[in-house]
Ligand binder design. Structure first.
Ligand code: SF4
Length: 508
């Protein structure tokens, strides 16, 4: 070892210079004063939420409070506090009552709202779903204020749907027989819960929790049987005979196609957005995977919340049907949405009937003067009745049975027709539908439609990405509807913070 190394020996260094370090004392008790008002800066977003909620009429919530002055019992938590906590939490992507309860213990923003008071997560959880009417009213109140601030015009409302996964996995779906077996067991379990010998084995709190869990399971299974019947009725009205299965965890969820092409138990969230400042003006949840039937209810929700109908509604092709075009026309709403060709007889139908592609309807020539069709074999197809449908009349034409039975093309043209001649259907759209189709060809309509994606999909993306609502935490149509409404409420208040509240700080 050289001389220089020896110089850096630790002992030598300590001799030359004694280092002093600050001790860490984890045994001490510290009492620090906290100025609650200073927990968050003046321009902190949580103050905006508190201020906004403070402007709302929360009387529906106050009316439901049982604790009153002069009577025994614990005072209730202020609805302004509870609403503010949920709105702020949702806007930060927190949708768990337990998580909010934890945050109230250490996060300055949550501590500021609660004034450092702890909030029990059961209370938070119950508050989210116990006041449906009050929440609906609050959503409308918020829209009223945003309207006064000039953030809503109703000149153009973009409507869209998005599938949100239910709180149930695909392997919870069972047939009727299995559900009945589980229900029998659940009923026995509920009855056994009343046995005092079992209740004695555990603490009263645990016994109560177990009783509640068993009761809820029994109710879910009873609901599953109800839903099973509903699905069965719908399928039989459509002439479908497929086997019916339903989730035992969330019986009201339905298997729906997702944007990635896969299938999962879901709900169809319907959101209407005012194009002016992208404020959500209507929210609904449906059990139906397709969007065709959701446009009219969506418009009605907007009208009910805002007190007047939108001047224009814009949707993607999934909402465009002849019924919807007529319904919007009747309501005096300018409807923008691309329409498919809408053939009377699809290629799929032809294929199922074993028709060769060279004998599809396009191969038949229509003669308007005689109102007949001429088939590839040169035979006439004459009028054979008509069927009126919303927005369209289907005129049927048929060749004579004798012509077809003798025809050399029979096996390629109408192989399944044993006693009748080949039929062709000519669909004639209602003038309103024709006008819609023509309007959608104009540059103006195309331009409006191009704008749809960025407006309608913005809140959807925000709700999924920022709020994190990719899967519902709650179960059942009513509760998931409320969960979505809380998310949309948080979104709308964020829009107000961004467009109005922040401005006042920008001016300082
Ligand atoms: S089967 Fe009937 S409709 Fe078809 S080509 Fe022959 S005659 Fe015409």
């Amino acid at each position: 070892m050289g001389e220089s190394k020896a110089m850096f020996n630790a002992g030598e260094v300590e001799k030359a210079r004694r280092v002093r370090l600050k001790p860490i004392n984890r045994q001490q008790m510290v009492l620090r004063p906290v100025e609650v008002e200073k927990l968050v800066p003046e321009d902190h977003e949580v103050r905006a939420v508190w201020e906004f909620v403070g402007r709302m009429d929360l009387s529906e919530y106050y009316e439901e409070i049982e604790a009153v002055e002069g009577e025994a019992g614990r005072p209730a938590l202020d609805p302004q506090l509870m609403v503010s906590l949920w709105v702020y939490a949702y806007s930060k992507g927190v949708s768990s009552a337990r998580e909010i309860g934890r945050l109230c213990e250490y996060d300055p923003a949550y501590q500021w709202v609660t004034g450092l008071e702890p909030v029990n997560y059961h209370t938070l959880s119950d508050f989210r779903v116990d006041h449906q009417d009050a929440l609906d009213e609050l959503f409308i109140e918020v829209l009223g204020l945003l309207s006064v601030e000039g953030l809503i015009s109703l000149e153009r409302v973009m409507h869209d749907g998005m599938k949100v996964k239910a709180c149930a996995s695909g392997d919870t779906f069972r047939r009727e027989e299995r559900i009945r077996k589980h229900l029998e067991l659940a009923r026995e379990q509920v009855e056994a819960m009343g046995d005092p010998r079992i209740a004695e084995e555990v603490s009263p709190r645990v016994a109560k929790a177990r009783q509640r869990a068993a009761r809820e399971k029994k109710e879910r299974l009873e609901k599953a049987l109800e839903e099973l019947e509903k699905i069965r009725a719908t399928k039989s009205s459509k002439g479908e005979k497929a086997e019916v299965r339903v989730s035992m965890t969330d019986p009201e969820a339905r298997v729906m196609k997702q944007s990635d092409g896969g299938y999962a138990p879901s709900y169809n969230a319907q959101i209407s957005t005012d194009a002016k400042e992208r404020v959500i003006v209507g929210v609904g949840v449906s059990q139906c995977g397709s969007d065709y039937e959701e446009l009219v209810p969506a418009e009605e929700r907007v009208e009910e919340a805002m007190g007047s109908a939108p001047e224009q509604m814009v949707t993607d092709g999934g909402f465009v049907s002849r019924e919807n075009i007529l319904a919007m026309k009747e309501k005096g709403i300018d409807f923008i949405g691309p329409m498919g060709v809408g053939v009377a007889q699809s290629a799929g139908q032809m294929k199922r009937r074993g028709v060769d592609p060279s004998f599809y309807p396009e191969a038949f020539d229509y003669d308007a003067a005689s109102d007949t069709y001429r088939c590839p074999a040169g035979k006439s197809l004459r009028p054979d009745g008509q069927e009126k449908r919303p927005g369209r009349t289907n005129y049927k034409y048929r060749a004579s049975a004798a012509d077809c039975q003798r025809c050399r093309f029979k096996e390629r043209c109408c192989p399944q027709n044993e006693t009748m001649g080949r039929a062709i259907v000519r669909g004639v759209d209602d003038p309103v539908v024709v006008a819609h189709r023509e309007k959608m060809e104009t540059e103006e309509a195309k331009q409006i439609y191009r704008h749809r994606g960025e407006v309608a999909e913005f809140p959807n993306a925000w709700i999924k990405e920022k709020i994190g609502l990719r899967q519902f935490r709650l179960r059942g149509l009513v509760k998931v509807g409320m969960e979505l409404l809380w998310a949309c409420l948080a979104y709308n208040i964020q829009q107000w913070i961004r467009l109005c509240w922040r401005l006042q700080w920008a001016q300082f």
